[in-house]
Write a protein that binds this ligand. Structure first.
Ligand code: NDP
Ligand code: OXD
Length: 314
């Protein structure tokens, strides 16, 4: 039985090494090495080349190395076998660190502080709103959204959430669906996007949404943080809305094209914080062990965890 690692954009070697350590009774191959297609029972993917998982007659399951699976589902030749995604404590904690970091950065006006420092300006008279006066709204109240919400509450932020289906979350006002979106947007000073990229969320962070975000809050305008997927945002609208004052500031970890092209005006914009799609990296140590556990479960006749619903796309 062979495990096929079909990874692009990340170094496959640490993954192969970890799987080989954990599964000594199997063969692990990296796409590009010679292998017998009939022997492959499991495929492990991060942005695999489209079609690379077709013609594997004994394939039993596909495992995404990321929490998001848009990179898998956009392959039109994807075999019809169960697809499981990553739900991992380490990855969840990393994302919450990122969300808390960037909410605090905007609360404490870090972008202005950096500019003041570069200009040798002692800007002590800038206002300093407290976390309790700034509401954070999280788009996407799944595994990552719920954990980030709890950690933001510990920092003192009032937090609200929005999801596709209605939710009851203790101590956390929750909105859902198209009907609940405007109420959600009108209450949030900082909007954090932790949605999956699907046919419904493609281009969702656009001018129409920014114009419906809360105005006049303690930050002097709405702030957007997108740590989900670049395909959810319309970068042209973000830039125009920043320039027109519709948006106050943004943090972006993900982009329509990655790596973000050197000529993108986002790099230079004074109200933009950029990180290189590293809000929450999958760690080979934690994630490979989880996939091996899933393989063992499957082989014991049990159901896989975290199986993706191909109809909803997440
Ligand atoms: P989950 O599947 O656990 O949660 C997704 C949430 O989004 C759910 O609450 C779901 O609603 C909601 N949702 C989905 N579609 C819609 C819609 N059309 N309208 C409203 N709400 C919607 O995912 P995770 O929390 O594990 O991960 C979220 C995303 O974060 C991933 O898909 C990935 O793209 C991104 N990510 C980015 C990383 C980075 O480094 N930048 C790292 C890891 C993940 P409901 O609860 O009703 O189903
Ligand atoms: C993920 C990611 O989806 O790292 O896990 O983007």
């Amino acid at each position: 039985m062979t495990l096929l690692l079909a990874i692009s954009g990340w170094d496959p070697d640490p993954w192969a090494e970890r799987f080989r350590q954990l599964l000594t009774d199997r063969k692990t191959v990296i796409l590009g090495e010679p292998f017998d297609r009939r022997e492959v029972h499991y495929a492990i993917t991060w942005k695999h080349p489209h079609g690379a998982l077709a013609n594997l007659p004994n394939l039993a399951a596909i495992f995404s190395l990321g929490a998001g699976v848009d990179h898998v589902l956009n392959d039109e030749r994807l075999p019809d076998v169960p697809l499981a995604r990553v739900v991992d404590t380490d990855l969840t904690n990393r994302m919450s660190e990122y969300v808390v970091l960037h909410c605090l950065a905007h609360l404490r006006q870090l972008l202005h502080m950096i500019q003041d420092q570069r200009g040798h300006i002692w800007g002590e008279n800038r206002g300093q709103p407290a976390a309790k006066d700034v509401t954070v709204g999280i788009l996407g109240m799944g595994v990552l959204g719920q954990d980030a919400a709890r950690k933001l509450q510990i920092m003192g932020f009032p937090v609200i959430g929005w999801s596709r289906t209605p939710k009851e979350l203790e101590g956390l006002p929750a909105f859902s669906g198209t009907d609940g979106l405007d109420s959600f947007l009108s209450r949030a000073d900082i909007v954090v996007c932790l949605l999956p990229l699907t046919s419904e969320t493609q281009g969702f962070l656009n001018r129409s949404l920014f114009e419906r975000m809360r105005k006049g809050g303690r930050l002097g305008g709405p702030v957007l943080i997108n740590a989900a997927r670049g395909g959810i945002q319309v970068e042209e609208d973000i830039l125009a809305c920043l320039d027109e004052g519709v948006l106050k500031a943004v943090t972006l970890d993900v982009f329509q094209t990655e790596p973000l092209p050197a000529h993108s005006p986002l790099w230079e914009h004074k109200d933009v914080l950029i990180t290189p799609h590293n809000a929450a990296m999958s760690s080979p140590d934690a994630v490979a062990a989880q996939i091996v556990e899933q393989i063992r479960k499957m082989e014991a006749g049990l159901d896989l965890n975290h199986v993706v619903d191909r109809d909803t796309g997440y």
